[in-house]
Every structure is written in structure tokens, then in C-alpha cells.
Design a protein around this ligand. Structure first.
Ligand code: ATP
Length: 250
């Protein structure tokens, strides 16, 4: 079976800064995968390369077998990206925003699917509201909806729960988990490590542009978790993250 995402020896410099240093990674179809790392580790740069927004200096990446540069259109059609930044045209309504996004992928008459996505994200009541009138959390829901209009098999979410309330986080995770159960490949970046621990089957950790850990969540916990001094209490992904990032991993 083709990998959902294949990344081979990718490096990327911004001037003197090496944002990615020979990164290789394969994410299988149907995985719920976590891409973690401190601020500036290179997560968004990697996602931008996969989305065709940033070019690599060396290496290759493919989405469902389609090269992100030489087969850009095919690769982009296979991918839905929920970006970190809340960027919208303030004059469109929610429905228009989603129709416009469908048009970008050459899809007409997409209203039945748009209605279904909006219902799942509790956006139906806001369908005719202008984007500028929405709260930050509602805008975040529209970003998720936008990523799904063309029914991509692979979905990347770049810190989708930054600054959103508990209720939305939970409904978002229910919806994303259901998409994963339906066979979608999900890649998540987040600084909420308890979310990654609960949701992701496998995790890669980036530090200064390099992959410093790549394993199942269970293996990372058993190999890099701290044994609490009093012998009580469970180790968690935050322990693992701190241990790996401080270089103190066993
Ligand atoms: N367009 C750019 N020009 C110059 N430097 C950039 C550019 N984009 C990113 N960088 C730098 O590349 C490095 C990696 O940034 P990136 O945004 O990929 O990290 P990140 O892991 O997504 O961080 P965060 O968790 O803060 O979102 C950082 O040092 C950043 O300042």
C-alpha cells in the first residue's frame, strides 16, 4: 500500500537558518500521527512543504504517491490542511467561504457535503454570517471545514486547538477521530501533549529541524518516561517530551 505521506531526506534553509535537516518519515494510510516539537522546531515548515507552499532545498515528499512538487495538483487534492493562522476574507459568509474553497479544487454543486461538514462542526447556525462576525473558535471551525470540502484522504492539522475552549476541543476531537475511524490519515501538531497522548498512535518529535524520536506513543512512554521518585504516579507524554528535548533520553 502507498504511504499516505512519504518524506525523504528533506532539508530546508532560510538564509543561514537550517529549519529542516535531512528529515525522512513515512506515515501509513489510516494512521493518527503526531508531529511534536518546541517552537521553531520546523513543524510548520514541514507541513508547508507537504502543502506545496514552501519548496525544499533537497529531498522529496509525496502525498498518496503524488510528488508535492512535480505532481502538485494531484498531491494537493489528496491533502486537507488546517493552518495555524486564522486567515480569511472577512466579506464572505461561512457558506461562501466553503463554496469558494470547493471552486479552488474545481468542485461545483458541493452544497450537500458542505451542509454535512457544517452540521458536524456545529456551524449550521452561522452559515450565512460574515466571517468577520465570528469568534476565534468559530473561525477555527471554519478552517477545519475548509480543509475538508474536497474530501481529502489525508488531513493535517497545525495546532487546531490553540486558543479554543474545552467544548470545541472535545467536539473537534470527536469529529477528527471519526474521520480517522472512517479511514482518513490524520497528522496533528499540538503543544497540548495530553491531546497527542490520547489521540496519536505514533509520534515524531522534531528538535532544531531534526527528528529526535519516532515511535508508537506506547513505546515512547515506556522507553523515555520518567519513573516518579516516590514510585507513584504515571509517566506521561510531557515527561517523555522533556526527557527527549533535554537530551536526557535513555
Ligand atoms: N519564511 C521564513 N523566513 C525565515 N525564517 C523562517 C520562515 N519560516 C520559518 N522560519 C524559521 O524556521 C524555523 C522553523 O519554523 P517553523 O514555523 O517551521 O517551526 P514550528 O515548529 O512550526 O514552530 P511553532 O511551534 O512555533 O509553530 C524557525 O526558526 C523560524 O523562525
Amino acid at each position: 500500500m502507498r504511504a499516505a505521506i512519504s518524506i525523504k531526506n528533506i532539508s530546508k534553509n532560510y538564509g543561514a537558518l537550517q529549519a529542516l535537516d535531512d528529515v525522512s518519515l513515512s506515515i501509513e494510510q489510516g494512521e493518527f500521527f503526531g508531529l511534536l516539537g518546541p517552537n521553531g522546531a520546523g513543524k510548520t515548515t514541514l507541513i508547508s512543504i507537504l502543502a506545496g507552499l514552501v519548496t525544499t532545498d533537497s529531498g522529496h515528499a509525496a502525498i498518496m504517491g503524488a510528488d508535492v512538487q512535480s505532481q502538485f495538483r494531484d498531491a494537493r487534492r489528496m491533502l486537507g490542511v488546517v493552518p495555524q493562522e486564522l486567515v480569511f476574507d472577512p466579506f464572505f459568509t461561512v457558506r461562501e467561504t466553503l463554496q469558494f474553497q470547493s471552486g479552488y479544487f474545481g468542485i461545483r454543486h458541493n452544497d450537500a457535503w458542505i451542509d454535512e461538514i457544517m452540521a458536524n462542526l456545529d456551524l449550521t447556525g452561522k452559515a450565512d454570517s460574515n466571517m468577520r462576525s465570528l469568534s476565534g473558535g468559530m473561525k477555527r471551525r471554519v478552517l477545519v471545514a475548509q480543509a475538508l470540502v474536497h474530501r481529502p484522504p489525508v488531513i493535517i492539522l497545525d495546532e487546531p486547538t490553540a486558543g479554543v475552549d474545552v467544548e470545541l476541543r472535545q467536539s473537534l476531537w470527536q469529529f477528527i477521530s471519526r474521520l480517522n475511524q472512517d479511514g482518513h490519515t490524520i497528522v496533528l501538531t499540538t503543544h497540548y501533549l495530553e491531546e497527542a497522548e490520547a489521540l496519536c498512535q505514533r509520534i515524531a518529535m522534531l528538535k532544531q529541524g531534526k527528528i529526535v524520536a519516532l515511535d508508537t506513543t506506547a513505546n515512547l512512554l515506556s522507553q523515555y518516561g520518567s519513573v516518579k521518585k516516590d514510585g507513584e504516579g504515571k509517566t506521561d507524554l510531557e515527561d517523555v517530551f522533556v526527557n527527549i528535548m533535554s537530551g536526557g533520553a535513555r
